[in-house]
Design a protein around this ligand. Structure first.
Ligand code: GH3
Ligand code: MG
Ligand code: MG
Ligand code: MG
Length: 321
């Protein structure tokens, strides 16, 4: 037996809780009304941001405004009741991606199988040994940290730090259906750098990359509401989604982007324009105006692309709606 495995087999339990993984940026939701829920919330509040929820519906409200990393679900009362409650959590649009540890009264094989089949990550008997539970929570929290880092990398454009095209596609679909549900407008901007091929040819690709980063920073800075979303769509093209924003509002955002890109004062490779500029196509949709043909989310970017084409035709460094 190695010295390290010996140490693992003989934990100094009283000292253990003091050195478990701690990250107050991460959020643990504890669901239930039993005394266990209270004591768990207390003991974990040293290590994580703890959200107490009496039942699934309270948890749903919390999930809308909090970024939950892990759920401890205390199964209590009639089996049919807690199974239904767990099922609701596991089929919720946000919560279904969050791992759940279920604590049951008896932890019979039957109870464990039900919880695991509903997608629980782990199942323990109440009262759970606090050291084991803290160690498990610490491990799952570390795992969730890695998962989130991977999700971020896979949804981000490496050059500009904006979201990438894959993430944009997800957002277009979700914002489109949110717009239809919420009865508030949705606008999008398709932005393309003018004469960028000659710019690269004249100043080189590295300078081209720097210009792309500078334009991306302007876009991010202008589309600054929490709900705004900016992505690199392709080479020198960007898309901005503006939820709850009508055509007039989108026009203001487009105008600010035009002005601020010009103000970067990056030299142009085209004699007609003194600075590097962009052209912008705007599309706006109001749910009550959607005709039968306008049903799919793809319309949002198709319309913006058509308007971008018009802006290019009309001489660039402008927007069309
Ligand atoms: P227009 O005004 O009509 O938009 O003309 P344009 O030259 O910008 O359009 P075109 O689509 O012909 O050229 C886009 C150029 O963008 C091609 C390529 O040189 C450049 N580009 C695309 N991706 C990158 C990139 O990642 N880095 C750099 N430096 N240049 C890129
Ligand atoms: Mg282009
Ligand atoms: Mg271009
Ligand atoms: Mg192009």
């Amino acid at each position: 037996m190695t010295a390290s495995s010996k140490k693992l087999l003989q934990p100094a339990e009283s000292a253990y809780l003091g050195r478990v993984f701690t990250d107050i940026e991460q959020t643990l939701a504890v669901v239930g009304t039993c005394t266990t829920t209270e004591s768990l919330s207390m003991s974990f509040s040293q290590s994580f941001n703890v959200l107490k929820s009496t039942d699934a519906s309270v948890l749903f409200k919390a999930a809308a405004t909090n970024d939950i990393d892990l759920i401890i679900f205390c199964a209590q009362g009639e089996k049919a009741m807690w199974v239904e409650s767990l099922r609701k959590i596991r089929s919720h649009s946000i919560l279904n991606a969050i791992p759940v540890i279920v604590l049951t009264e008896h932890n019979s094989v039957n109870e464990q199988l039900i919880a695991l089949e509903l997608g629980a990550l782990d199942c323990m008997a109440k009262p759970a040994n606090p050291f084991v539970l803290h160690a498990k929570v610490a491990n799952y929290m570390k795992l969730m940290k890695n998962v989130k880092e991977l999700e971020l990398v896979s949804s981000t454009d490496g050059l500009t730090g904006l979201s990438n095209k894959m993430q944009l596609e997800t957002m277009v679909t979700s914002e489109w259906y949110r717009m239809k549900r919420s009865q508030s407008p949705l606008s999008s901007l398709m932005i393309d750098i003018d004469y960028f091929k000659p710019y690269n040819d004249k100043y080189g690709h590295l300078a081209g990359d720097e210009a792309l980063k500078a334009v991306a920073a302007v876009i991010k800075n202008v589309a600054s509401r929490n709900s705004d979303f900016a992505a690199r769509f392709g080479g020198e093209e960007f898309v901005v989604l503006l939820p709850s924003t009508d055509a007039d509002g989108a026009e203001k955002v487009a105008k600010d982007i035009l002005d601020e890109v010009s103000a970067l004062d990056i030299p142009s490779a085209n004699q007609e324009l003194p600075q590097l500029t962009v052209s912008i196509g705007i599309s706006s949709f109001e749910p009550h105006c959607l005709s039968q043909q306008d049903k799919s989310p793809g319309h949002l970017l198709d319309q913006a692309d058509k308007q971008l084409y018009r802006a290019k035709q009309r001489g660039r460094n402008r927007y069309c709606r």
